[in-house]
Write a protein that binds this ligand. Sequence first.
Ligand SMILES: [Zn+2]
Length: 286
Amino acid sequence: MRSNEWLEQRFQLVLRRHFYDVNLVNPVDVSYGIRARRRLGSIALVDGRSIIRVNRLLAEDTVPTFVVDATIGHEMAHYTHGFGSTLPRKYRHAHRGAVVDTEMDNRGMHDIRLQANAWVKESWGTFYIDECGDLSAKKQRRDSLRKLCWERWLAQCDRRSIEEIEERQAVIMRQLKSTTAPAYRIDWLVAGPRHTALSYFYDSEGVLRFHGLLADRRISDSVVDFEVAYWQVRQVVGADWSRIRTFMLHHGLESTLVEAIAWRQRVWNVFRKRNVDEVFQIAEQC
Ligand SMILES: [Zn+2]
């Protein structure tokens, strides 16, 4: 296991070799952060100090040193561009136009960068599972508990069912005079706190998933109808909202559209936060 001192030494080495000309206008702290699934490092300006965090998994000896160096180099490239530092900002976007890669390459980190990319691509997945089996197991437990909660909640009496939504879909299809059969099936979403939309389209699976709370009859039919119509029309005219809207208005869905959008803007957020908690509390009591 690599210590904080080891990381600090590595940082100093990368500075000397590749960033010797950069004026460190504000102090830089380097330390290990959390064990993350994807992100290897980050840089942020906090109270005039640049805080570089390196994924704690890189403290494992099995991770090649060049991955650590490349991570430090990446964050220092941000520093030189004025992201996470007090240097003047050189670009509008931190990553756009591969400015970080170019900066690293110009500083003699080309090979290190490519080696690191290749290792991450090849080995990170299995390495992560080996190291973080406990995290994965925890996530699996959480997901299955979440699923159970929703099943219980959806099974309560007088919930809307998928069959009902499919019936609404048939009605809406006729109204839209749509002959394009839906290229997807409808199912419930096992929603967590981060699911803020009413419906999600899973292209690769061919599934349209509705937020489970749409089974609550306090939410009017027009909201459900709108979601159904939206995805159907989108399949016909493409993703551009103004075209979808025009198409819906043209087919007599104006009141549905107006009502649904107004509800989503005014009520949905509050409704969701309040009721998602209830969904999960139910299971905790059981
Ligand atoms: Zn970055």
